[in-house]
Design a protein around this ligand. Structure first.
Ligand code: HEC
Length: 165
């Protein structure tokens, strides 16, 4: 009797193993694998949408920049060769502190008064305002030269207005 029960159980187990093998379930991850596969698809879709969103955002930024230039906030205008060669790389050719929508190293100067700019420059040079970059740059410039830079930068908004009329 015991042998018969064990025989039936063994047969049942073998039959189950054969069935699951044929269904390909247990050996290939079964339902779980499907869920993971679907999830993978969803992730890829999400990635694709994100990339599209980024493209859209870049287009929006372009539009915004075009508008900003039109508004004369800090469009293109004439600056001195000295400003171009000594300051523009970090503060932007128009003092906006950015180039093609990307932030540069230096802050925005556009719109600051020549008095404030001059004070900042003198303070950098004297070491009262600490910045190694600006200090190293200004150490070779005389106070008259600082005054000329400050006066020019203070004029930026007026120049931008004129250039955009
Ligand atoms: C190598 C990069 C670099 C160059 C070139 C440079 N600057 Fe700067 N400038 C900076 C950085 C960085 C700061 C910010 C310093 C801080 O706030 O600690 C700064 C700050 C200033 C400030 C203070 C502005 C504020 O709002 O605090 C003025 C004014 C200024 N720069 C003017 C000039 C002028 C004029 C020139 C050209 C003669 C020049 N800079 C060239 C990097 C630069």
């Amino acid at each position: 009797m015991k042998n018969i029960i064990v025989g039936i159980l063994t047969f049942g187990i073998i039959a189950l193993m054969v069935m699951t093998f044929m269904a390909g379930g247990a050996y290939h991850g079964g339902e779980h694998a499907k869920v993971i596969e679907n999830f993978g698809d969803k992730m890829n879709n999400a990635k694709a949408t994100k990339i599209e969103e980024k493209d859209d955002r870049a287009k929006e930024m372009d539009k915004l920049n075009a508008l900003r230039d039109k508004a004369g906030n800090a469009g293109a205008f004439e600056v001195s060769q000295a400003y171009k060669s000594k300051c523009a790389s970090c503060h932007g050719v128009n003092g906006s502190g950015e180039q093609n929508g990307k932030k540069l190293m230096g802050p925005k100067l556009f719109g600051q008064s020549s008095e404030k700019i001059y004070q900042d420059l003198v303070d950098f040079k004297a070491g009262r305002k600490e910045n190694m970059i600006m200090k190293g740059l200004l150490i070779k410039l005389s106070e008259e030269e600082l005054r000329v830079f400050a006066d020019e930068i203070g004029e930026f908004p007026a120049r931008a207005k004129e250039a955009n009329q």
